[in-house]
Design a protein around this ligand. Structure first.
Ligand code: FES
Ligand code: FES
Length: 223
């Protein structure tokens, strides 16, 4: 699964991107245009989320639509129903941070390139900066705030602590959420597989060896 010629660190371009949603490959301008058009259709009830996702690829790049009125929606976040009123163009990241006060999910690049904003949606890791909140209705969203059980840390959180898998800590919530998703995916057993599978999560502090050690340990516990 890994390329032996790649430098031995995470953060290099992914050979196998872990985020499969097509919107991560849109430019920011395309994304905003898509958000406006898709949100309007969703708000009107004329299209299902799946239909809007399919149609979104047909929005011409650079088409900035007119303002769209806010919509009411319910999101299931960390096992709780959350009522929101949002502009349809609001990303899941901004909805979590700005509307729900869940600031554990970090905004790094806001362009789908650093992984700091990774959350789980129906158990799959997703970069929340390039995912619309209105498209998450009916799905189960898990953020870093939802991992621990009371005072008991999730095994991946405990492993990051015990292996010093962070320095400044800014990338850490995204790293941990991505690692939890990673452990449920069919990757091989080696450290090279961990590096490859986690390559979309950048760490400016370069804590990669410790992150790999943490993921290895937690993965062995089936975290
Ligand atoms: S903030 Fe979302 S990938 Fe960087
Ligand atoms: S610990 Fe500082 S960016 Fe990763």
């Amino acid at each position: 699964m890994s390329d032996p010629n790649r430098p031995p660190h995470m953060g290099a371009p992914c050979d196998t991107p872990h985020e499969p949603d097509d919107e991560t490959r849109l430019t920011r301008r395309e994304f905003v245009g898509t958000a406006v058009a898709g949100g309007a259709l969703l708000a009107s009830g004329l299209l299902s989320p799946a239909s809007v996702e399919a149609a979104s690829s047909k929005v011409p790049p650079g088409l900035d639509g007119p303002p769209v009125p806010p919509v009411s929606l319910t999101l299931q976040v960390n096992g709780q129903e959350k009522e929101l009123t949002l502009e349809p163009r609001v990303s899941l990241l901004d909805a979590l941070r700005e509307n729900l006060g869940l600031s554990g999910t970090k905004k790094g690049c806001d362009m789908g390139q650093c992984g700091a904003c990774t959350v789980l949606v129906d158990g799959r890791r997703v970069v929340s900066c390039l995912t619309l909140a209105v498209m998450q209705r009916g799905k189960s969203i898990t953020t870093i705030e939802g991992l621990a059980q009371g005072d008991t840390l999730h095994p991946m959180q405990a492993a990051f602590l015990s292996h010093d898998g962070f320095q400044c800590g800014y990338c850490t919530p995204g790293q941990i959420m991505s690692a939890v998703g990673f452990t449920k995916e069919p990757w091989g057993p080696s450290d090279a597989d961990i590096r490859e599978g986690m390559c979309g999560n950048l760490c400016r502090c370069g804590a990669y060896p410790n992150i790999v050690a943490a993921v290895r340990e937690a993965r062995a516990q089936k975290a």
